[in-house]
Design a binder for this molecule. Structure first.
Ligand code: C5P
Length: 297
């Protein structure tokens, strides 16, 4: 017997970052949108905890106890007195170290899959609490759709979305470490007054209306200057996507994946084709959002 869970990637349509806190994290106002790039996590009873991974980027995924999906299984087992004797297989389609919360998605997927396999009877609130302990972006992997994350991003309020948004995601030739991007944010912020992060009403209104033109002018990512500072070649990718007709271009989360909002599915396909041919990225994929959160298949 095994359980497979499908779990989406995310793009941040707004990422407002505050001053570094005493614990090293940053308070955020993080408007997440789940998009239709998915990983699938399959949990199968085994002699011990084991992780395998398939997909183009599989070689970059750690398969030991540091894997966030393995940590999710261990945390759930500890909380509910189970033996984490499970084989987790990750079919990976979300870019690795890309700023699309792929590792967090795998953790949310593993948690839901093991929960179903072991029949823990955990409530949704208990699962969300475990997700928050595993990482700031993990609760959103479970919830999906669109949500405002506050605190370090883990406290979620679900948001209404009035339509489908079409995107292109360009994968960079290398990954970026999230802590490194936050450190660069701190370095660039030195000596400057950083305002308290707050959700921008135009972003929430554009989502609620399902209006891509309104969302295009409201998109904002405070981590973008830090990601561009560490990965300057991303400005060429952003420029190529804008020139190809994207309504807006920005770095996805901590990067280095770049995100392009398109007017419709056809325009997204065109932007993706131009980006692929531009030589400024490794791959360009279309996806739409909102996408559902972690789902048992
Ligand atoms: O929560 P998570 O483990 O995903 O965070 C990874 C890293 O990103 C943290 O160790 C921290 O360096 C940075 N981070 C942050 N502020 C946040 C979320 C993450 O500084 N709100």
């Amino acid at each position: 017997m095994s359980v497979t869970v499908r779990v989406p990637a995310k793009v941040n349509v707004q990422l407002a970052v505050g001053q570094a806190r005493a614990d090293g994290y940053h308070d955020l106002a993080n408007v997440f949108l789940a998009v239709s790039l998915y990983d699938e996590v399959t949990a199968t009873p085994a002699d011990g905890l084991r992780v395998t991974c398939e997909g183009a980027d599989a070689g970059q995924v750690p398969l030991d106890g540091t894997n966030l999906a393995a940590r999710a299984a261990t945390a759930l087992a500890e909380r509910y007195g189970r033996d984490p004797a499970v084989h987790l297989h990750i079919a990976k389609d979300i870019p690795v170290a890309g700023g699309m919360a792929g590792g967090s998605a795998d953790a949310a997927g593993a948690l839901l899959a093991c929960d179903a396999l072991w029949g823990t009877g955990a409530s949704r609130a208990e699962l969300l609490e475990l997700c928050a302990e595993l990482g700031s972006d993990v609760p959103f992997g479970l919830v999906g759709g669109a949500a405002l994350g506050t605190g370090r991003g883990e406290r979620l309020v679900e948001l209404a979305v009035g339509g489908e948004f079409h995107w292109v995601f360009a994968q960079a030739g290398r990954g970026l470490s999230t802590p490194a991007v936050y450190r660069e944010f701190d370095r660039l912020a030195e000596g400057r007054e950083i305002p308290e992060p707050a959700a921008a009403q135009p972003v929430l209104d554009a989502l609620a209306k399902g209006d891509p033109d309104a969302l295009a002018v409201a998109l904002a990512n405070d981590l973008q200057p830090a990601a561009l500072s560490l990965c300057p070649e991303l400005s060429d990718t952003l420029a190529a996507g804008r020139a190809a007709g994207a309504l807006a271009a920005l770095v996805s989360g901590s990067g280095p994946t770049t995100a392009f909002l398109a007017a419709d599915a056809r325009s997204a396909a065109e932007v993706a084709a131009v980006l692929r041919a531009s030589g400024t990225c490794r791959e360009a994929r279309t996806a739409s959002g909102p996408a559902p959160g972690a789902t048992v298949l």
